[in-house]
Design a protein around this ligand. Structure first.
Ligand SMILES: [Fe+2]
Length: 204
């Protein structure tokens, strides 16, 4: 998903509390449990509808709930929105689409990505092994995402012009965005060169 630093989001101050969200088991949730949980959350628009925002040339999303076992976000999508390839480190996740439709794609070595459209009323779950990218299929789409254990780190992938894929560990609060452009690869190489030079100096 695409996140900017929480303080710069359009997050409203009235995020749901534990009393407003479906019951939780007090431990990490399994994938089916996560899916059932987001399905139930989808039926409680009073807990998230007021946080939906679109337009203004920026992504809109809101932290709905977070405790030591689950992390829940509301994501608003337009067709220009694209997370880029990423994983969720050690977290499993579930997504319920509540308005419009979103695109989900999985990378495939030596072939075109596996892509699908997930429409409102549908949901899916995935494990820590899942690599995907998501985007809006219809302007004005909305989805609810839950992760367990809570997101802390994520993997963001860049693909160079030669097709080589690299993973960069990012904070869950960093913005996810496409990293396929050469500038990202060049920046990565410069950072690696600087780190190598520093290590060589320390060894000297
Ligand atoms: Fe994701």
């Amino acid at each position: 998903m695409t996140l900017t630093a929480p303080d710069s989001t359009t997050r409203a101050s009235s995020a749901p509390t534990a009393a407003d969200v479906p019951a939780l088991p007090g431990r990490d949730l399994t994938r089916p449990e996560l899916k059932a949980w987001v399905d139930e959350m989808a039926t409680r628009p009073e807990a998230w509808r007021h946080l939906v925002r679109h337009g203004g040339g920026q992504r809109h999303f809101a932290s709905l709930y977070r405790d030591s076992h689950i992390d829940v976000w509301l994501l608003c999508w337009d067709t220009t929105d694209d997370t880029g390839w990423h994983d969720h480190d050690i977290s499993s996740g579930a997504v319920a689409v509540v308005e419009g439709a979103v695109n989900e794609a999985n990378p495939r070595m030596g072939g075109e990505p596996v892509s699908r459209v997930v429409e409102a009323g549908r949901s899916f779950h995935f494990g820590p092994d899942h690599i995907h990218r998501m985007g809006g299929h219809i302007d004005g789409s909305v989805s609810i995402h839950a992760y367990s254990p809570p997101l802390w780190r994520m993997g963001q992938y860049s693909i160079g012009s030669n097709g080589v894929m690299r993973r960069q560990s990012v904070s869950y609060a960093d913005e996810l965005r496409p990293m396929d452009d050469v500038s990202v690869i060049e920046q990565y190489r410069e950072e690696q060169a600087a780190a190598d030079a520093l290590a060589a100096r320390d060894r000297a």
